[in-house]
Design a protein around this ligand. Sequence first.
Ligand code: COA
Length: 238
Amino acid sequence: MESSSLAIRAVHTLEDLQKVLNLECQVWGTDEPVPVSLLRVFAEDGGLVLLAELAGESQPVGMAVSFPGWRLDRWYLHSHMLAVLPQFRRHAVGRALKHYQLNYARSHQLAYVGWTFDPLQAKNALFNLNVLGARATAFYDNFYGVLGDAINGAFPSHRLFVEWDGQPLASGSGRYLALPKDIDSVRQNHPDKALWWAERYRQKLERLMAQGYIAVDVVVKRGRTFYRLQRVKEGRSL
Ligand SMILES: CC(C)(COP(=O)(O)OP(=O)(O)OC[C@H]1O[C@@H](n2cnc3c(N)ncnc32)[C@H](O)[C@@H]1OP(=O)(O)O)[C@@H](O)C(=O)NCCC(=O)NCCS
């Protein structure tokens, strides 16, 4: 895929917003998508709704939905959804959408781009922490409730909140937390084990983050993948 054939576009019309909703349904298999009426509000009133399009493809291949959020005394751009169709993944479409959000945040006096992700999804951890260089600064217990869609299933939606301002973080030693190899398959085939992982992560991340640790990247040691967490000064991390 030629990167020159990719275009990221901020969208506003009902027709384009319907394409965003279609992508949400395709990727998450949800029957409760964010409605077009709300996407329209985000698009018109300070938020940013994006489509990623490839030359030669009749439909968009990716999308991102974000709006301004307020957290710990600062305005930031909250990215609620990011998705690329499975057959177009790993061609840098996701990171192009995120960089568009970062530029938007910078040009609208928003301190950083923030979003939540499932800490048990190693692929998302790699994308967020290693590819982008975001850092996970908070843990939320069952943040959205049980979502019941194709990706999240019937498990509690524990989430890490990440902050990304595009600035590198000085590295150092820290604590490590092992990631499951493939949580999707564990959730499908061994629901008891998946619940065990959810509870283990809840306990470990709540404790470490209460002690001032943030997750800074993902490392592979002897074939296993781990979060690396570093202690930061009290208060704000960025
Ligand atoms: C997350 C998502 C948007 C990334 O889109 P993308 O276009 O594939 O992103 P990029 O190509 O820019 O980067 C993908 C990175 O994710 C990681 N990754 C993705 N799949 C991976 C896999 N199977 N194994 C290892 N790493 C993987 C890698 O770090 C990869 O970078 P690399 O290709 O340079 O190794 C896409 O996977 C997606 O739509 N997922 C489902 C929806 C979702 O989980 N959204 C929330 C994201 S927080």
